[in-house]
Write a protein that binds this ligand. Structure first.
Ligand code: 4LM
Length: 393
């Protein structure tokens, strides 16, 4: 649902409830597992869905609810659900709608654990998955079967920064009566709103930019009221990947500064990508903010800016890549992304190790790829650190 407030204001005020005792400025943390009923009739009415109100924090919690309404406002979708992790958001979005005999079309390159869920877990439940190159629209059309029910992609893709055309995905899904699911983690709703392209379900690893401070693992899903109700009252209720109210509060706090953080992440990443692109020890830089990147044409149409993640390949051997990563000082060797700290990692041996080498290469994720999540430090300090590490190889 479109709000009259701008995104910058929604990051601060979106979802805010004003019915707390004592009028606190900061949302209280309702650190309570359960909620007390006035009487047996009220308890029964709440369970029957006849009376609004909280029951038990696995089913809903007032702190969590503010976060859900905030992300829904930002994504311009009807409702939201918060989950314990980003993988909780991915699995809830998929398992809530697919059943034995259904078919899922998924991008061949996705976050490693999403690939593991799709390639190992879903087939165990009789759900068929076809992985396709989503830049190739005819391959997507060809993957369609009579039992296809859903299409899933990330854009830009983790870790190789390939940009997928959301207008095509939205249209393909509508034409074929599929549920379209987009993982919007790399962009946040400030840079990209999949809803504008007809996408049905938008999800995030809130662990990343939304929280932004490296101290929470969490996920968020947005969609229509019906879709979110299904997610909440099937998979989230019965499998139970619900968020803790304290983590929801940390994300509400983190999101207040999301718009200023994203501006810095993007401007720093642009400078770092330009530095890497001109360096003679670098083979290739993958960053949609570079004019040479095939995804650059989507900036200004699908995505407002290129985000804060860069991938690149060094000239030379894999050992030299390891030497380089070991030589960085300010850039911290850790997985995850979207934090204040610049994080550097090696997808083939870390985030994308659930792929076999063959699957990974087929997905366009090379053995030598290095990924940097550019942080909020001074750009020149990040560049100086990368320059001294490159010097050492
Ligand atoms: C990483 N990523 O890449 P939780 N969707 C995307 C992601 O990048 C991730 C998840 C979902 C990384 C984690 C170690 C696009 C995670 C899963 O980790 O479950 O919050 O999110 O470095």
């Amino acid at each position: 649902m479109k709000s009259q407030l701008s995104d910058k204001s929604l990051c601060i005020h979106g979802g805010k409830q004003h019915d707390h005792a004592h009028g606190p400025l900061s949302t209280p943390i309702y650190q309570s597992s359960t909620f007390v009923f006035d009487n047996a009739e009220q308890g029964a009415a709440r369970f029957a869905g006849e009376e609004a109100g909280y029951i038990y924090s696995r089913l809903g919690n007032p702190t969590t609810r503010e976060l859900e309404l905030k992300i829904a406002a930002l994504e311009e979708m009807e409702d939201g659900a918060a989950t314990a992790t980003g993988m909780g958001a991915v699995s809830a979005s998929v398992l809530s709608f697919l059943e034995k005999g259904d078919h899922l079309i998924a991008s061949k390159a996705v976050y490693g654990c999403t690939f593991a869920l799709f390639s190992h877990m879903l087939p165990k439940f009789g759900i068929e998955v076809t992985f396709v190159d989503m830049e190739d629209h005819s391959a997507v059309e060809k993957a369609l079967k009579s039992n296809t029910k859903m299409i899933f992609a990330e854009t830009p893709i983790n870790p190789n920064l390939v940009v997928i055309d959301l207008a095509f995905i939205g249209d393909f899904a509508k034409r074929n009566n599929l549920i379209s699911v987009i993982d919007n983690t790399f962009m946040t709703p400030l840079l990209q709103k999949p809803k504008h392209f007809g996408i049905d379900i938008v999800l995030h690893s809130a662990t990343k930019y939304l929280n932004g401070h490296g101290d929470v693992v969490a996920g968020l899903v947005c969609g229509s009221k019906d879709h979110i109700e299904t997610i909440k009252f099937t998979v989230l209720k019965d499998i139970g990947a619900t968020i803790s109210p304290h983590d929801a509060w940390l994300i509400i706090r983190g999101m207040k500064t999301l718009s200023v953080r994203m501006e810095r992440h993007c401007s720093n990443a642009q400078k770092v990508a330009e530095f890497l692109a001109q360096h003679d020890k670098i083979e290739q830089v993958y960053y949609p903010g570079l004019k040479s990147h095939p995804g650059n044409k989507f900036i200004g149409t699908q995505m407002k800016a290129a985000g804060g993640v860069i991938a690149f390949e060094l000239k030379g051997t894999l050992e030299m890549g390891a030497q380089f990563i070991n030589a960085t000082k300010l850039c911290t060797l850790a997985v995850s992304l979207g934090d204040a700290e610049t994080l550097i990692q090696h997808p083939a041996s870390m985030t994308h190790s659930p792929y076999t080498q063959e699957e990974r290469l087929a997905a366009g994720i090379s053995d030598g790829l290095v990924r940097i999540s550019v942080g909020l430090e001074e750009a020149d300090d990040i560049i100086a650190d990368l320059a001294q590490a490159l010097e050492q190889i």
